[in-house]
Design a protein around this ligand. Structure first.
Ligand code: NG6
Ligand code: CA
Length: 512
């Protein structure tokens, strides 16, 4: 063959290659991680009472998953698992943390950001953290705040330390509280109130939003919180501005990263309590503040997508939008979420919600967009956010060390829409553990209450254990454990083996 023929052959091959082919450089990764956003809270998953045009646009331009999961039905364990690739239920101390907890991910350990950093990514987090900060034995919030995200693999951090409803109500940028006046030092306690600092319990007359359960300690910005703080008056956030502040920071981070791949973990405060939208979003839905903060979240998504377009980053950025756990209606403040719910179904077709072992606890909105590579559509592949470390490692072409990420699976073909299936099994975690395998779901016997009374959530406890065939009964209404005892026994044994072994990733080897 002469040279021109070879050239023609190569050209022919290139032309016949599919449009959605693997590009040569790994993409940027923008992970938009909403808080408590339910499967049914977004238009693309069926919501009609609240409009989410930007999230719907992402879904139109990307791949929408119908069986994607947060690792747990609450925040801290989900985020722990997502960043470490280890199921949180394997570790003590990974439940919902108070705002003065120490950092629960050991510095030096391979994490999602550290492995991307080693692969040449610039890594940043903007938003909710909730994995603890500082060493064992207490933190002085007026000094250097470490260890934290920068010690476990992030190059930049701008944090809500715990949650919007937990003190301290300040932002932490890298190692410092922002806007802090040294003459007015911050003190934080989860056991003792401070002097005359008003609390929701003693001074309800000062509140603009009242608690429905808990949340009656220090008052910040007219809202009482979990925990006590004093001082730091100039550093305290204004709830109405949190979405604006975080979105601005996220966009500034994008603007600074015009060269080299980046990983931005944009971890929104919305739609967690307290739900206090900026005035421009107040009353935008008939659902009260819970609906209005969904609209606010959608605005944040629109702003970062617009920034990607403006900066010419959209084509080479893999965007993922998902949530840390399922939805809850009354999560501790009297914000009319229950009264105004109407026929809006926050969990969509799934049973239960936040805190629940039913699918609503962990089956969350999940959209992947990577223009030119991920073909728009829907996928019913079973995947979990715990798979991000192994999957992104594969995307960045950096093999995992055998001793890292004990429970993270490489589901890249499913994530990119090249494969219709993802995992074969997945452990779901609320109170009791559940195991998914093909269309079966097994929930271990557990004696807890059927419902969490304050939040009115079905927790999914049943002393006899439960077995559902999701292919026939996606709403988990028909417990078939008696009729299929042998399936339940097999799955119970499988779950027990997985637990006892300490890891589940194929190829994982415990460190000697
Ligand atoms: C609960 C809080 C709830 C919320 C949750 C954590 C009370 C009564 N309830 O303990 O309001 O903060 O913890 O939510 O205090 S999460 O999304 O961060 O997991
Ligand atoms: Ca949450």
């Amino acid at each position: 063959m002469n040279l021109s023929r070879i050239c023609l052959a190569i050209l022919g091959l290139a032309l016949s290659a599919p449009l959605f082919a693997a590009p040569v450089t790994p993409p940027n990764i923008l992970l938009i991680y909403a808080d408590d956003l339910g499967y049914g809270d977004v238009g693309c998953n069926g919501a009609t009472q609240v409009k989410t045009p930007n999230i719907d646009r992402l879904a139109r331009e990307g791949l929408r998953f119908t069986d994607a999961h947060a690792p747990s039905a609450t925040c801290t364990p989900s985020r722990y698992a997502m960043l470490t690739g280890e199921y949180a239920w394997r570790r003590k101390g990974t439940g919902v943390l108070p705002g003065d907890a120490r950092l629960i991910i050991e510095p030096g350990r391979t994490t999602l950001p550290s492995l991307l950093k080693q692969a040449g990514y610039h890594t940043s987090i903007v938003g909710k953290w909730h994995l603890g900060l500082g060493p064992e034995g207490g933190l002085d919030w007026n000094r250097e705040i470490k260890p934290g995200p920068l010690e476990i693999g992030f190059d930049y951090s701008y944090l809500i330390p715990a949650t919007g409803d937990r003190v301290p109500c300040v932002f932490v940028e890298n190692h410092r509280v922002t806007g802090l006046d040294p003459q007015d030092p911050i003190q934080v306690s989860y056991t003792q109130p401070f002097g005359n600092e008003p609390t929701g319990l003693r001074n309800p007359e000062l509140l603009k939003m009242h608690p429905s359960h808990g949340h009656n300690q220090t008052i910040v910005n007219g809202i009482s919180r979990i925990g006590y703080m004093t001082g730091g008056k100039t550093a305290r956030w204004v709830d109405e501005d949190i979405a604006d502040v975080l979105t601005r920071k996220a966009i500034a981070t994008l603007e600074q990263r015009r060269t080299g791949p980046f990983f931005l973990y944009f971890s929104t405060h919305d739609i967690h309590v307290p739900r206090v939208p900026h005035p421009r979003f107040q009353g935008k839905t008939g659902l009260g503040p819970r609906g209005d903060v969904i609209v606010q979240l959608d605005w944040c998504v629109g702003e970062v997508l617009a920034a990607l377009d403006r900066l010419n980053l959209a084509t080479n950025t893999l965007v993922i939008l998902t949530s840390d756990n399922g939805p809850v209606v009354d999560d501790g403040y009297r914000d009319q979420a229950v009264e105004k719910l109407g026929d809006h179904r926050p969990a969509g077709p799934w049973r239960g919600g936040k805190y629940s072992a039913f699918e609503g606890g962990t089956r969350v909105p999940f959209i992947v967009r990577w223009p030119g590579r991920v073909k728009p559509g829907t996928s019913s592949a079973l995947i979990s956010q715990i798979d991000f470390p192994a999957t992104f490692a594969s995307l960045a072409r950096r093999p995992l060390a055998p001793t890292d990420m004990p429970d993270s699976f490489n589901v890249l073909p499913a994530l990119l829409g090249d494969a219709a299936t993802g995992r074969e099994t997945l452990v779901e975690h609320a109170g009791p553990l559940g195991l998914r395998s093909h269309s079966w779901k097994y929930v271990v016997p557990s004696k807890g209450p059927k419902r969490n009374l304050p939040t009115n959530t079905e927790l999914g406890n049943d002393p006899a254990g439960q077995l559902f065939d999701l292919a026939k009964d996606s709403g988990e209404t028909n417990n078939v454990i008696a009729a299929h005892a042998e399936v339940a026994q097999k799955m119970a044994a499988q779950l027990e083996e997985l637990r006892a072994k300490g890891h589940s990733r194929p190829g994982f080897q415990p460190a000697p």
